[in-house]
Design a protein around this ligand. Sequence first.
Ligand code: NDP
Length: 334
Amino acid sequence: MAPTQGPRAPLEFGGPLGFQALVLTALLVGLGMSAGLPLGALPEMLLPLAFVATLTAFIFSLFLYMKAQVAPVSALAPGGNSGNPIYDFFLGRELNPRICFFDFKYFCELRPGLIGWVLINLALLMKEAELRGSPSLAMWLVNGFQLLYVGDALWHEEAVLTTMDITHDGFGFMLAFGDMAWVPFTYSLQAQFLLHHPQPLGLPMASVICLINATGYYIFRGANSQKNTFRKNPSDPRVAGLETISTATGRKLLVSGWWGMVRHPNYLGDLIMALAWSLPCGVSHLLPYFYLLYFTALLVHREARDERQCLQKYGLAWQEYCRRVPYRIMPYIY
Ligand code: NDP
């Protein structure tokens, strides 16, 4: 069943709203701190907060499930409507649940999780300053790298409209839990680790780690921007010279530039950055590498799902693309 109610950005009054939400949060937190808000106390409340976030995601998913009972069939997601209530509650029945112009999934996809993540990171940095006089270089790096990632994602928030999460997956407990609880509380694990296990980090090693993060970001942003520009306007001078394969749908596939190197160069850049976020925590413990391991598994699985959908969409043209660009994520390895 093809959903007819497609994704749509909510009204925006100048500039990316997601980024404005980040700036507004920063201003409010800054004001709160100048009025005595003890942000450094937040790390002691992480467990109860994670519990409340999970409970909120659960109650919110119940609401979404109920709402889907009265939604038109055209608004339902391709999956998540099996008739098994637990499965459907988990995967989500409605594709893009909305009330008037407010799109729940678009709002939740990036803002609560990503802003919550950098807020927890900042609280951990403040706590470290309280405990040890000043934040460590490792803590600064983790905070800086992850703030760059979050700022970038919120600046380019509209790009989320073409992702599988928005165009294919229903909005149920899986996404709601991921957006509200999983991302802020597990993605901040490196900063949490550093608070309890301070790591000495010299300038030469810090410079190497910065270089790794910059390389990852360069690939990640280059690949995502190239595809977004191409999808918006294939005649844009920045992409017009790239080699393409025509498909039966009328859309084209890039076969040179970043997308001629591997079939998911953006995942490669993301993984390189994930490595740079773990390295400031040293190599004595596995915990700071949890994100890298989990994220590798997530992206390998996501890549396989995307390949299946692209094969369905583009058929022979996709097979030709796979022949011309044989590696999925990592050149000569995978
Ligand atoms: P992608 O941005 O990788 O998009 C995949 C789609 O791109 C395909 O379905 C196809 O869609 C199009 N495409 C594929 N190959 C080509 C080509 N050669 N030429 C033109 N178009 C092509 O999808 P994701 O949503 O998975 O990832 C978006 C970003 O989000 C990535 O950078 C990823 O790393 C990141 N991410 C981060 C997560 C986190 O937790 N930190 C989680 C998930 C993703 P079509 O043809 O229909 O345009």
